[in-house]
Write a protein that binds this ligand. Structure first.
Ligand code: BES
Ligand code: MN
Ligand code: ZN
Length: 486
């Protein structure tokens, strides 16, 4: 998709060379400023009850007299905030994507000036409206004919709009990569596939990529990671990505992504219903790859490390069993009480591995617990951090990128739940507070640096008719990382 800025005042829109005009309208918008042709059409539609300034309302008009573009779409934003702007764009694009338009000019007729934040959302909205999964579905609908999306703005707004568009394009590319990886079925998206994707990203975008196999992980002593991988026919991969945008002396941010390419639960086998969705259990890994994709395009002056422990969680004759005790890379031992609590096992070794980078901050991202879905549903990711400043950064980044998270507690009292008679800790506590005890488990491996954990079990994918990966939290992570440029 080709994104551009087009300097054009509202009154110029009827003359604009485009196949379609997409006008975001809402409360306080003065039809008169749109000129006679467009303003008249808008006023009439409102009067006739064919359009209202309510979320999701749209109107498609073809061949409006006095307007050069063949198609005009009015999309209502329920509020001036970027969130409503994005929703209006997605709804409006929905009316255009299947038609003949190749070039669309998007304009805001809202009374507020167009901000960088609005421009940043445009590529995301376009991607959301147009994405089609087709890798294993030859019968998927044909790609949209849309090729170019221009954003109309005034001279005064142009610089901010351009910057926002650039950032938004990079984030959208990152989201697209994350979605595509996560949507691939488990027999396609294996640990080796993720390693190859990382290598491809490295080659195309100048990121250093190193992949450790079983042997190297054994030599290092990643006993927890390897314990999860031990019954799978797919070789485990521990992927290390490094983006260098600042001097070597600048401490990096480290992102750690859970890369379980399929989670059967292991010997503590999951029930059959919806088990297919456990192909999305590498959503954390996908979000790390997606964030690297975005960062590599924007080239900010900072250092970033990505760590992806990746394997399958399978039952079998060689599988890890309840009661087994394994030794983590940190030297701490873990009694396995439930083999389905595998995410924390692969993450704890990655969190210890992260120490060697002397990080400024470490953020892990994982589809970690069903309990987090119960707590927060599908809108906000769970966020855990003992570091108030880091927590605030993530909270704000999520808010700004419209990819929100919600801070959850980490009181010492929750740690009790992990006591074991046979090892330094158990890998699960009781059902109550399951998302928190999972985070408390990880916390035991993060004493050496500021750390935060994002539980994306509810936000990384959608179930039901709209089943598919969301690409979250790539927008949050990219916004967070960019905010760290000093
Ligand atoms: N990948 C799952 C978490 C999950 C489950 C995400 C359902 C989204 C929907 C994770 O590995 C898991 O199985 N967690 C267990 C932990 C429990 C055994 C303590 C869970 O949440 O049930
Ligand atoms: Mn599991
Ligand atoms: Zn899992």
């Amino acid at each position: 998709m080709d994104f551009r800025i087009q300097v054009a005042e509202p009154k110029d829109l009827r003359q604009a060379e485009a196949d379609a005009l997409l006008l975001v309208v809402g409360e306080g918008c003065t039809p008169a400023s749109l000129g006679k042709a467009l303003g008249g059409a808008l006023e009439q539609a409102l009067q006739d009850g064919d359009l209202a300034y309510k979320a999701g309302r749209t109107l498609y008009l073809h061949g409006v007299a006095g307007v050069k573009a063949a198609r005009v779409v009015f999309a209502a934003a329920a509020a001036p905030a970027p969130k409503a702007f994005r929703a209006a764009l997605v709804a409006g694009l929905g009316l255009l994507k299947g038609g003949g338009a190749r070039q669309v000019l998007v304009a805001s007729a809202l009374p507020q000036p167009l901000a960088e934040a609005h421009a940043q959302l445009l590529p995301a909205a376009v991607a959301e409206a147009l994405y089609v999964y087709r890798h294993t579905k030859p019968s998927a609908p044909a790609d949209s004919k849309l090729q170019r999306v221009s954003l109309a703005c005034s001279v005064a707004e142009a610089a901010a709009a351009r910057a926002g568009l650039q950032r938004g394009e990079a984030i959208a590319a990152g989201v697209a990569l994350a979605r595509e990886c996560a949507n691939r079925p488990g027999n396609h998206c294996t640990p080796s596939f993720l390693a190859d994707e990382a290598r491809r990203l490295g080659k195309q975008h100048g990121v250093d990529v190193q992949v450790l196999g079983r042997k190297e992980a054994e030599k290092l002593g990643m006993g927890c990671f390897l314990a999860v991988a031990q019954a799978s026919a797919q070789p485990p991969k521990f992927i290390v990505l490094q983006y260098h945008g600042a001097a070597k002396s600048v401490a990096p941010v480290v992102l750690v992504g859970k890369g379980i390419t399929f989670d059967t639960g292991g010997i503590s086998l999951k029930p059959a219903a919806e088990m297919d969705e456990m192909k999305f259990d590498m959503g954390g890994a996908a979000s790390v790859l997606g964030t690297f994709r975005a960062v590599a395009q924007l080239k900010p002056k900072l250092n970033l490390v990505g760590l992806i422990p990746s394997c399958e969680n399978m039952p079998g004759g060689a599988a890890l069993k309840p009661g087994d005790v394994v030794t983590s890379l940190s030297g701490q031992t873990v009694e396995i009480l439930n083999t389905d609590a595998e995410g924390r096992l692969i993450l704890c070794d990655a969190l210890t591995y992260a120490e060697r980078f002397k990080p400024a901050a470490v953020v892990d991202i994982a589809t970690l617990t069903g309990a987090c879905v119960i707590a927060l549903g599908h809108h906000r990711s769970g966020m855990f951090s003992a570091d108030d400043a880091l927590a605030a950064e993530l909270e704000q980044a999520g808010q700004a990128a419209l990819d929100p998270c919600w801070r959850m507690p980490l009181d010492e009292e929750y740690d009790e739940a992990l006591k074991s008679n046979f090892a330094d800790m158990a890998n699960v506590g009781p059902r109550a507070g399951g998302a928190i005890t999972a985070a408390m488990f990880l916390k035991r491996y993060t004493a050496k640096y500021p750390w935060a954990h994002l539980d994306i079990a509810g936000s990384a994918w959608k179930s039901g008719a709209a089943k598919g990966a969301t690409g979250r939290p790539v927008p949050l992570l990219t916004q967070f990382v960019l905010g760290r440029v000093r």
